[in-house]
Design a protein around this ligand. Structure first.
Ligand code: NAP
Length: 175
């Protein structure tokens, strides 16, 4: 999973990402290049025109017959993982928004999280990464500068134990 959130876990304000951080955009673009991406229908519609050849968006929606010209509509995270596994794709990158991070977290084994050095009020939150489940690894800190109104840090979190649900191609466990 990959996300950018404020210190208090806010992902969006008024339906939009509340900062412009070119370094983080470049980091996201580089990591997402050529990948299969899982997105909520809300985020997908905001990202119209963003996808490049080789990227395959898997769009989570409850709508029947929803069309995704560059990829596939899926009705669940499990269906997204099954589609990727059937195409022999070894990783799906979960790109939000809030509902999709929440739905996919139990199946995630790595989270690349940008923490923007601010606290703001917002309606869409990134789920909490409990210390008992997640280990913070490599972290890089970037101070604010002329192009970045806020400082930020980019950290990779790994699960301490395997995800409760299945990895690509494996059935999820009943809870
Ligand atoms: N800061 C960041 O890193 C970041 C990253 C991505 C997005 N965002 C922001 O996050 C906001 C959008 O997040 P959001 O939570 O409102 O929406 P979202 O997760 O992008 O999309 C929500 C939609 O996904 C579908 N959905 C959600 N859970 C589902 C499930 N369990 N099964 C099937 N379909 C499901 C539904 O689509 P239908 O209504 O079609 O059924 C739902 O309306 C935007 O403001 C965006 O800018 C921030």
């Amino acid at each position: 999973m990959m996300a950018a959130a404020s210190r208090n876990r806010v992902l969006a304000v008024g339906g939009r990402i509340p900062w412009h951080l070119p370094r983080d955009v470049a980091h996201f673009r580089a990591r997402a290049a050529g990948r299969w991406l899982l997105l909520g229908r809300g985020t997908y519609e905001q990202m119209e025109g963003w996808f490049r050849p080789g990227q395959v968006p898997l769009v989570l929606t409850r709508q029947k017959g929803y069309k995704v010209p560059e990829g596939h509509a899926v009705g669940s995270v499990e269906e997204a993982l099954a589609r990727a596994a059937a195409a022999r794709v070894s990783e799906v990158l979960v790109c939000g928004g809030g509902q999709v991070y929440e739905a996919a977290l139990p199946m995630a084994d790595e989270v690349i999280l940008t923490t923007v050095d601010c606290e703001i009020a917002g309606e869409v939150l990134f789920p909490e990464l409990g210390e008992e489940e997640w280990q913070r690894g490599e972290t890089t800190v970037f101070p604010a500068d002329a192009a970045h109104a806020w400082g930020m840090s980019i950290a990779t979190y790994c699960r301490k134990a395997p995800p409760v649900a299945g990895k690509l191609g494996e059935p999820g466990k009943e809870s």
